[in-house]
Design a protein around this ligand. Structure first.
Ligand code: NAD
Length: 476
């Protein structure tokens, strides 16, 4: 496989090799040349130079190129999706849907234009708020949804008039490198650079003096380091960090109608989605039937290699994460969990965990308080709505949360009480490119998606013109 970094519109193929492992087999199947410090400097220099022109390229022209990129991504669906399944593990049908969804997200967001806003227009002064691109954006991505991460960061940065240096996770560089290859024939050289490499490359990026902004998606622990590096010269930062989303299921729901959707929102991508349901609180009237449905889905889920057409859930993406998931299961067992399904790994090559439903735990248990980022869900019983809200909020995370009910008044009460950046009603883990997304508390800073997300990649600049002569500050 000859996928290479993209720097200044051209392939760049020297650098220390990074092996890519297929999580369904545990075996390396590809190698890419990681970027070194000199490559990174070249990428930032190319991005800085091209910013001079790109920032003045009219919105309509930038948008036309983004649409062309969306068409090229859509046309490459099969190749991109296959790379995602091989490197990340998710079933091919989901990988194909991920590619399609992202091409569509580009087309939708490309309709947005950030216009100057007149703030004041009276006989004293005229004041306008303009939004200007920031410069070079450094983007650092995790391994769980490579195409979504790469496209999202490219879309915001380039649409707003910035140029980009993008680094995928060392575990999943391939689909992102291919997106760089696709972009070579579309964007002017230097506008969209892709560099593969390890954690040190991410650190250099967040410290790089040519970066005006860092957009980082990954763990809360790494996000803290990125924020510290970026603080040296006050780079703008967007941090999309870890989550521990709670879903509250009230006792008026039709269990049969919601069970499959709740299971899907918790176990999609084998639980490796920041905004997946990670704590399920069920009101006692519907607890037993819902647990029974969820456990049946978990026991019957077809877990396997994502290339096999019948597969519903793939492996955990990498060996380190596989170990972490096993530690979470072991600690749940030590805390006295009763496993309604799973509770063990699958005895086969690759990083497979049986979909696990853990009962009998509460706050204070590691599985409830932490983020396993794998196919393991604690389900807890609650009595009153107030108790459910308080327990859902008892976390330093605040990415998403949801309420499941058919009663409009109860929904309103729960929504008013829940603390998270995105709140869903009878749904969960359903992002929308036109709706701002981001975390509160330790789940992040800033927003992506929608007009607000675009503005987070721009600098507001106020322009004030007096309408009448005013007294000078200087009295001669
Ligand atoms: P991670 O923090 O280990 O790595 C993310 C990226 O940061 C990788 O590209 C890595 O190479 C790079 N990196 C590592 N150390 C760095 C440093 N010191 N400076 C700069 N970059 C560095 O995260 P991960 O394990 O790849 O991803 C899983 C985590 O991502 C989970 O916590 C998940 O919740 C979170 N996530 C959040 C969102 C969101 O939108 N909030 C989306 C997806 C994943």
């Amino acid at each position: 496989m000859s996928l290479r970094n993209t720097i200044d519109g051209a392939p760049c193929a020297h650098g220390a090799p990074v092996a890519v492992v297929n999580p369904a087999t545990g075996m390396p199947f590809a190698e890419v040349a990681g970027a070194g410090k000199a490559d990174l400097d070249r990428a930032f220099s190319a991005a800085s130079i091209s910013f001079g022109q790109w920032r003045h390229t009219p919105w309509a022209d930038r948008t036309a190129l983004l649409r062309k990129f969306a068409d090229a991504v859509a046309a490459d669906e099969e190749a991109l999706a296959t790379l995602v399944t091989l490197e990340q593990g998710r079933p091919l049908a989901f990988a194909r849907a991920e590619v399609r969804r992202n091409a569509e997200a580009i087309r939708q967001m490309a309709q947005l234009v950030v216009q100057p806003a007149v703030l004041k227009d009276d006989d004293r002064s005229h004041a306008v708020l303009h939004y200007r691109p920031l410069g070079v954006v450094a983007a650092i991505a995790p391994w769980n949804v490579p195409v979504t991460m790469a496209v999202g960061k490219l879309l915001h940065a380039l649409h707003a008039g910035n140029t980009l240096v993008l680094k995928p996770s060392p575990y999943t560089p391939l689909a992102t490198l291919r997106l760089g290859e696709i972009g070579r024939g579309i964007f002017p050289p230097g506008v969209f650079n892709v560099v593969a490499g390890g954690n040190e490359l991410g650190q250099w990026m967040s410290e790089h003096p040519a970066a005006a902004k860092v957009t980082f998606t990954g763990s809360t622990a790494t996000g803290r380091k990125v924020a510290q590096s970026a603080a040296n010269d006050f780079k703008r930062v967007t941090l999309e960090l870890g989550g521990n989303d709670a879903a509250l299921v009230l006792d008026d729901v039709d269990v049969d109608a919601v069970a499959a959707r709740i299971f899907g929102a918790a176990f999609v991508n084998s639980g490796q989605i920041c905004m997946a349901i990670k704590r399920l609180y069920v009101q006692e009237g519907v607890y037993d039937p819902l647990v029974e449905r969820l456990a049946t889905f978990a026991r019957n889920a077809r877990v396997g290699n994502g290339l096999a057409p019948q597969t519903q859930l793939g492996p955990v993406q990498n060996e380190a994460q596989f170990r972490i998931v096993q530690e979470f299961i072991a600690s749940a067992r030590a805390d006295g969990a009763d496993f309604a399904a799973g509770g063990h790994v699958l005895d086969r090559p690759g990083y497979f965990v049986a979909p696990t439903i853990a009962l009998g735990l509460g706050e204070g248990s590691r599985l409830v308080d932490g983020e396993p980022f794998g196919p393991v869900l604690p389900v807890m019983r609650f009595r009153t709505v107030e108790e459910g809200i308080a327990r859902a909020n008892a976390t330093p995370y605040g990415l998403g949360a949801s309420v499941w009910s058919d009663d409009a008044q109860r929904i309103e009460r729960v929504i008013a009480g829940l603390q998270a950046g995105t709140l869903w009603v009878n749904d969960h883990a359903a992002p929308d490119p036109m709706v701002p997304f981001g975390g509160i508390k330790q789940s992040g800073l800033g927003r992506e998606s929608g007009l607000l997300g675009l503005k987070h990649f721009m600098e507001p600049v106020s322009v004030i013109t007096p309408r009448m002569p005013r007294a000078s500050w200087f009295v001669p």
